[in-house]
Design a protein around this ligand. Structure first.
Ligand SMILES: [Zn+2]
Length: 219
């Protein structure tokens, strides 16, 4: 499908539009050529040009994946040929939710060295507005009120397509070298803006290692 061509600037919002367009096109021709599933774990996978053996139906099996890059391994585990993956995946989006800090009671705070180290933060920008959660009647003494998403968008480039049968670590390193922001980085950016806390980011994505609770891969 011409309109599902990967874009280096594809964002989560862009992926959602891509998803809607692909589904509309599939309905229009009554012959799904694209598999796009969003599941409750917040994982979105778009697969276009599935006009081969896999293309005539939408499957809803769920698999757990820790990261966007590891989603490819999960698809390989489902015996999908690497050649099919290389030509059909447009992008993989991971989403997690972090709690928004309560602005009735939060206060500015310098992150501890231990916290910075655990989140692999080498330095913080001077304009950062880190806060810490406290608790008040407005937030039920939790220190937080509401939630907001953090994203990891891995757009499949030519280089990544050539790595679909490579170890997950290699795929992820290539994606990062090409500009992919990880869930951790997305969360840190929100914390630096005073929207959530670094403690909350660490709780959600884990410290010094990738998230262990995994988000689901749909295929
Ligand atoms: Zn509060």
């Amino acid at each position: 499908m011409a309109d599902t061509a990967p874009s280096a600037k594809l964002t989560f919002e862009g992926a959602q539009k891509l998803l809607a367009a692909a589904i509309a096109k599939a309905k229009e021709i009554n012959q799904p050529q694209c598999i796009c599933i969003v599941d409750s774990g917040g994982f979105l996978l778009t697969m276009g040009r599935m006009d081969g053996a896999y293309g005539m139906s939408v499957e809803t099996a769920l698999r757990k994946a820790q990261t966007a890059a590891s989603a490819i391994q999960r698809l390989r585990d489902m015996n999908i040929e690497p050649s099919i993956l290389a030509t059909s995946i447009n992008c993989i989006v991971g989403q997690r939710l972090v709690r928004r800090v309560c602005h009735e009671c939060c206060r500015p705070a310098e992150p501890s060295e231990e916290l910075l180290e655990s989140l692999l933060i080498a330095s913080i920008r001077s304009e950062s507005q880190f806060v810490e959660a406290r608790g008040c009647p407005a937030c039920g003494d939790t220190g937080y009120a509401g939630r907001t998403p953090i994203f990891e968008v891995m757009t499949m480039t030519d280089e990544l397509s050539e790595l679909v049968d490579a170890p997950t670590r290699v795929i992820e390193q290539m994606a990062i070298s090409q500009g992919m922001s990880t869930l951790r980085e997305s969360g840190i950016a929100l914390a630096a803006a005073g929207i959530t806390t670094l403690d909350e980011v660490r709780r959600v994505v884990g410290g010094k290692r990738r998230a262990t609770r995994g988000f689901a891969v749909a295929s």
